[in-house]
Design a binder for this molecule. Structure first.
Ligand SMILES: [Zn+2]
Length: 360
């Protein structure tokens, strides 16, 4: 029971005392249930460092769940996995939980290498295809307009301009032009077992988790993670998004799962304690909402709220942090607790609503 802290009360880690270590090394696998393997790949995302991928024996082939970000290092690791862990059988299906590059990045390459179909939700496949086709050198004016309303000054906007509008495309191999659609409630038959699709929202448009009652396993993707709270943000493509509201609501879709289900998250270790973790995640966001409400004695811009919400240094991730803050502010607006206005500089300012003031 190592690695338990405040955030992980009520969680246990089945591999904590495993002879080979608490988690598989590069190109190694741990077997969770007969035919279900845990595989990890390094990713260059600070704070995440690794993504978990899943290898499921599937009749005369293998289903892989998620793929890793586009990189020659990961392709070389995959090559080792092909040689060591597939028992000479092909990969016959690629299933991606959502479009983020650490999940979808090598799907195109695997698809071509194995001629295996890609299974995803419509929302995730089309969003990923759209973003990769939308890539261009110049940052579109709508994006700069969005961030000027958030409160970025000229220097901040210049930095956004310099980062360009093609980073997603660089992180993925070409996303297949056709795919196989999965929807909420689908039973995906893998290796003689049914895996039920559970759709999550807020972290990405139509995130697929997969639950197998027979094996008592949940591939939670990025929807439920141990130790870290999944990123929930608002971005220029949907400036009025209520991502946090959608996220909190979709967590309830896990309510009927057994308490002792093994959760297979995309980051961090396999754990038991789904409901304790979901309760913590809800509490975590409620605390953030409370902090914002208490601080709003004066109108605040999104950037004003960042020191309240983030204790760590966020200067390299300021758009992510701003997106996260907006997700919380929009949730409060939807609840009628916060109102928004445009100040003389064209920046949004948020303040407690008349209703919230009356309740103070
Ligand atoms: Zn993600």
């Amino acid at each position: 029971m190592s690695e338990i802290d405040q955030r992980n009360i009520g969680l246990s880690f089945p591999f904590a005392d495993h002879a080979a270590g608490p988690r598989p090394g590069d190109a190694e696998v741990f077997e969770l249930r007969p035919g279900v393997f845990w595989l990890r790949m390094p990713i260059p995302i600070p704070g995440l460092d690794y993504i978990n991928l899943w290898l499921l024996r599937d009749g005369e082939g293998w289903t892989v769940v998620d793929t890793g970000v586009r990189s020659s290092k990961l392709q070389a690791l995959w090559q080792q996995v092909f040689e060591r862990h597939l028992d000479g059988k092909p990969i016959t299906r690629i299933l991606c939980t959502h479009f983020h590059p650490d999940h979808l990045g090598l799907a195109g390459w695997l698809h071509e290498r194995w001629q295996a179909p890609l299974w995803m939700t419509l929302g995730e496949w089309s969003f990923g295809r759209m973003l990769s086709l939308d890539a261009q050198a110049e940052v579109p004016p709508e994006v700069l307009h969005f961030y000027s309303r958030v409160g970025f000054d000229e220097a901040g906007l210049d930095k956004i301009k310099q980062s360009g509008f093609g980073n997603f495309r660089k992180a993925v191999t070409e996303i297949p032009r056709y795919y196989h659609r999965i929807v909420e409630g689908d039973l995906v038959r893998i290796g003689g077992h049914d895996w039920r699709v559970i759709i999550g929202r807020g972290h990405s448009p139509e995130h697929a988790s997969l639950y197998c009652a027979e094996l008592n396993l949940l591939i939670s993707g990025d929807q439920v993670l141990p130790r870290i709270s999944p990123h929930i943000g608002v971005y220029p493509g949907e400036p009025e998004a209520c991502s946090l509201t959608l996220y909190l609501r979709s967590l309830d879709r896990f309510a009927d799962l057994p308490a002792d289900v093994w959760v297979m998250p995309s980051h961090g270790d396999v754990f038991v304690g789904l409901h304790a973790r979901i309760a913590y995640l809800k509490r975590h966001h409620q605390e953030r909402l409370d902090i914002l409400m208490q601080a709003m004695d004066r109108p605040m811009t999104v950037l004003d709220t960042l020191p309240l919400l983030f204790k760590r240094d966020i200067k390299d991730h300021i758009t992510l942090a701003a997106g996260e803050a907006m997700a919380h502010l929009h949730h409060l607006m939807l609840e009628g607790q916060v109102q928004r206005s445009l100040n003389a500089q064209g920046v949004y300012e948020y303040s407690r609503s008349v209703m919230a003031e009356a309740a103070q």
